[in-house]
Design a binder for this molecule. Sequence first.
Ligand SMILES: C[S@@+](CC[C@H](N)C(=O)[O-])C[C@H]1O[C@@H](n2cnc3c(N)ncnc32)[C@H](O)[C@@H]1O
Length: 303
Amino acid sequence: MTEPTEYSFIRYLEAKRTVDDRALNQQVWRRLLDELQVLPRERSLQVMEVGAGIGTMLQRTLEWGFDRDMDYIAVDSDPLLLAVAAERLPAWARGLGWQIEQPHEGKLVLSGPRQSVMLEFVSQDIFEIPERPGGFFDLIIAHAFLDLVELKTALPHLLSLTRPDGLFYFTLMFDGVTILRPPIDPDFDSLIEARYHRTMDERIVRGRPSGHSQTGRMLLETLSARKASILAAGGSDWVVNPPYPADEAYFLHHILHFIENALKDSPDLDLHRLEHWIRSRHLQVEEGRLIYIAHQLDVLGHP
Ligand SMILES: C[S@@+](CC[C@H](N)C(=O)[O-])C[C@H]1O[C@@H](n2cnc3c(N)ncnc32)[C@H](O)[C@@H]1O
């Protein structure tokens, strides 16, 4: 696939789905399914997913074995993404033979052979979600999200919303390694990796520090310090290599676009050299030669 002339974050999230499917840690996932069996069955499971995007994680939970009735709140600060989720999920569920109802604007009921899901879309910044004393949710999911917010404020807030016997399932948290092969110029390759990670560490969004390039390991340390109970943890590295399946060539072009955008105003980088480096990487995708690995972690536990 040639280098796109336009980039779409929605297409990126769709293209990411197959990459994430391969990456998610199966040992952590199976433990989550086991733990869900232990939670009370006489009522619907209360689930909140933060940074839900276009809803691919909800699809995954249902396709990969969640068999419970659920009230599932999908929170995202971007209303456009939730509108896309509200459009695509009914079409997907209908394809599985499920019934769809829309009781109110912003709500959907998906009814399948084994369960029913009351889905609500909430466009909100996670820091604006009101506290719920004693916790409320049986399960909080944050997928490809925690490395975009400030852990030291986001984590206590999310855990305070979770019941003490409830679960958190935090997945695909970036953890400090980006590998692009084959090399172009090993010294410059390393410099770009370091500078790209530094932009994650220094990012400010809406006046707040937002994210860190070592979120995975920082989360494990913070949970231990808080005496949270970690039930399972493991690697969930993205590994994309040729031949690229599905829309993964686009996914790679978009990753290079992220890197270019993050670095294009760096005062201490040779910007002509950066431009050449980015074009060479796009060419590697076009030629089906680029290999991309990003180290990430998944963690399941009780708050
Ligand atoms: C990398 S995307 C992941 C989306 C989805 N989880 C997926 O993997 O397809 C991160 C999402 O978090 C949302 N987001 C970022 N900061 C947020 C915040 N403070 N509160 C709520 N959502 C936020 C973005 O709008 C985006 O949809």
